[in-house]
Design a protein around this ligand. Structure first.
Ligand code: GLA
Length: 728
């Protein structure tokens, strides 16, 4: 068991292969202090790091309680008792008081990991992980908190969450309930976060940690294009391969706060959880609140170590279902091919061309339902438009199936157009505040998914659609942020619960869909990558990475995404040129190379391709079949970033048995280079000899890694190469 309690030291110890996490109970009262997290050590206590001194008087007898608290590293800090840094837990009592603090009650250690009711979470059996439940309480409020810690046996990952239970006799309102806190000394850290915007998601930002609070957050009701619920603290000297990195990532799809705070004397507190702004949760006596899960990863092998731990965790202990480990079907999606302008014949033309080249699935995107020929109507009316699609989806799906292809469909269940039958019948189903006209975005409103009857109404429609035609795949889209957050069914004192209840509603509906259609392949999407987060991965093993389908922009978007997410989770399609995003023209082959590592597909009118382009498709699909599994299940290495070097981009994946490696290289922009690019590879076995499928050269893993691979200088911009190394 990787978790133990040392009674004498009053310390809890959590071990993963490369890391140790130590908690100390301090003072007679049993304050839960964070003693150590970092590289694995044999010691059971690191109490000295708390700087309490050798003969500490009981806190109660100390005249300096406030000063002590304000510098003590805590596991789950409360509020208003002398620790003036960010609180994990804050609340308001009926009397309007806001003070709370936790001390130890009991604990339990066991193999495996419990599910979190209603929430996505990582999972693992007794052979994979062990869990510590640390029960603590505020003895004046009758409030108990169960802190959950799971340590994974084979991954340097610890997952945390908190369950807050009102065991008192009067209600309290939680005003903050974060998922995890990490207190330690600043070791000259940089803060790494991901930022972006629509069509430009997950750009990597690294900056020196400064004094005060800094971090990222979302108040949009979704995790957002703009920020990712993640932060990493990397030693200033840490690189891809070397140095210590601490990461926090939230398994949640709504508002969040991920914040690092450097206070006096270089004390560092990092927290992550649901954003306290726009959050309040009333807990009646006997009720409990479960926070989302925070993933903590520790690496002493630089960013690679962090990336590999997260990739393995998300592939093996977060994504679920029959598609988790299976090769994902190549697809053609009609959105950028036709937008709303299609009919059955047009779609079948595309499908025939696709089938002839070996593409496995046709996905029908927006515009098949209600009266939808533009984006300003019909959301909420999930019945087929027979004018466009005579014979309905059944006829179309059957015809596509006859071609030997699967059929997939787009939906946007959380939305309603004011111009829809649903809205006319149930205007109150939309989020809004009485007397205030709600704000439109893409001419649509958000359904109040916190309400059971609203979810049922949408689900019944979806169930019918899915039951009437052979639909193998659903793209679940979500195309606006939440505003006018008012719920028709919640009393005033519970309106602050709405945003979280909304997220829980989305999870409940996706869970229902998977339960009733267990073979369905679900792909989440939110105007591209607006809700690309670990929460959604629990339901869909793949997510549409970005609406930006330009191959060159995609290099950076996918690079930032792959810092945290396995390549097997990223939807990536060869799209039309000039690019609908930015007008850029790139070769068809390069567009293929950039999409290949992800869940591969096409998003253009295949019937308009040249013979030469069409002829490339079978080769691209053959590559996807052959090296797709290495990208999807192997170890990923970010070799070169054109965002950093301004010239070329390269990623690499190495199969887990280290017998095959694939290098995906794109030359972006010519500089004054007169020599071939030298690319030191990573992740190979030093003594194994590998042959390059490109040049036939044979070299040891050490040679390829420490000498490097020479990549031919390209005479033209936007060309690339796929190089496969096989062990000989
Ligand atoms: C969003 C998605 C796109 C497409 C459109 C359809 O923008 O990200 O891929 O499905 O909606 O309206």
């Amino acid at each position: 068991m990787s978790i133990s309690y040392n009674e004498q030291e009053r310390s809890f110890r959590l071990d993963t292969p490369g890391s140790t996490y130590l908690i100390n109970l301090v003072d007679e009262e049993g304050f839960l202090c964070h003693a150590y997290y970092g590289r694995r050590i044999p010691d059971d206590t690191m109490r000295y790091l708390l700087r309490l001194g050798p003969d500490q008087r009981p806190f109660r007898d100390s005249g300096q309680q406030v000063g002590l608290f304000d510098a003590l590293p805590m596991e789950y800090p409360g509020h208003g008792l002398g620790d003036f840094r960010e609180s994990c837990l804050s609340l308001e009592t009926e009397e309007g008081h806001r003070v709370c603090g936790l001390t130890y009650v009991s604990h339990r250690i066991y193999g495996g990991k419990p599910a979190l009711p209603g929430l996505p979470a990582t999972y693992g059996g007794e052979e994979d992980c062990a869990t510590l439940e640390l029960r603590c309480r505020d003895r004046f409020l009758g409030l108990e908190v169960c802190l959950l810690y799971t340590a994974f046996e084979k991954l340097d990952v610890i997952c945390r969450s908190a369950r807050i239970e009102n065991r008192g006799e009067r209600p309290v309102t939680l005003t903050a309930a974060l998922s995890a806190c990490l207190d330690m000394d600043n070791r000259d850290f940089d803060l790494i976060t991901l930022h972006g915007s629509w069509a430009y998601e997950r750009m990597i930002q690294r900056r020196p940690l400064g004094w005060g609070k800094q971090g990222v957050s979302s108040l949009r009701g979704i995790s957002s294009h703009q920020e990712q619920p993640f932060l990493a603290l990397a030693e200033r000297a840490a690189t891809q391969e070397h140095g210590q990195v601490y990461a926090m990532h939230l398994v949640y799809s709504g508002n969040f706060l991920a914040q690092a705070e450097m206070s006096q004397q270089g004390l560092l507190r990092a927290v992550i959880g649901i954003h306290p702004q726009d959050f309040a949760w009333r807990l009646a006596p006997g009720e409990s609140f479960q926070t989302p899960e925070a993933v903590l990863a520790y690496s002493h092998t630089g960013l690679d170590g962090m990336t590999h731990a997260l990739h393995d965790l998300y592939r093996n202990h977060l994504t679920r279902g029959p598609w988790r480990d299976k090769p994902r079907p190549s697809l053609v999606n009609n959105w950028e091919a036709t937008y709303f302008d299609f009919d059955t014949e047009k779609l079948l033309d595309i499908a025939r061309t696709a089938a002839g080249r070996g593409i496995e699935m046709l996905v029908l995107d927006d515009g098949w339902f209600g009266r939808r020929n533009t984006d300003d109507n019909s959301l909420g009316d999930w019945f087929v438009n027979e004018k466009k699609l005579p014979g309905g989806l059944k006829y179309l799906a059957d015809e596509v199936n006859k071609l030997g292809m699967k059929f997939g469909l787009w939906v946007e269940p959380e939305m309603v157009s004011p111009d829809s039958e649903l809205y006319r019948a149930h205007p109150d189903y939309a989020l809004q505040i009485p007397g205030r006209p709600p704000m439109l975005s893409r001419t649509q409103l958000v359904l109040d998914f916190s309400r059971q009857e609203v979810r049922d109404c949408i689900y019944d429609q979806l169930h019918k659609v899915l039951s009437e035609a052979n639909i193998a795949y659903i793209k679940w889209d979500m195309n606006r942020a939440l505003t006018d957050v008012g719920g028709a069914c919640l009393p005033p004192e519970q309106q602050g619960e709405l945003l979280h209840r909304y997220v829980l509603g989305v999870y409940e509906l996706q869970e229902r869909l998977l339960r009733d259609f267990p073979d369905l392949l679900l792909e989440n999407c939110a105007s591209g990558g607006g809700r690309f987060d670990p929460g959604m991965l629990y339901y869909s093993p793949q997510i549409w990475t970005s609406d930006n389908t330009d191959a060159i922009d995609r290099l950076r978007i996918q690079e930032g995404t792959a810092l945290l997410y396995p390549l097997s989770t990223m939807g990536a399609h060869v799209a039309a040129c000039p690019s609908h995003t930015n007008g850029r023209v790139t070769p068809f082959a390069t567009r293929g190379l950039v999409s290949l590592p992800g869940c591969f597909g096409y998003e253009l009118d295949l019937t308009k391709l040249t013979e030469e382009e069409l002829a490339m498709i079978p080769g691209q699909l053959e590559n996807y079949r052959k090296v797709g599994p290495v990208f999807h299940s192997g170890d990923y290495y970010r070799l070169a970033s054109y965002g950093e070097n301004g010239e070329y981009d390269a990623l690499m994946a190495v199969s887990k048995d280290r017998k095959t490696a694939v290098i995906d290289y794109v030359h972006v922009m010519s500089r004054q280079r007169r020599r071939d690019v030298l690319l030191p590879l990573r992740g190979l076995d030093e003594t194994t000899r590998y042959r390059s499928g490109e040049t036939g050269e044979i070299r040891s893993g050490a040679g390829w890694m420490y000498g490097g691979m020479l990549l031919p200088r390209m005479e033209v911009d936007f060309l690339g190469k796929l190089i496969v190394l096989e062990a000989v």
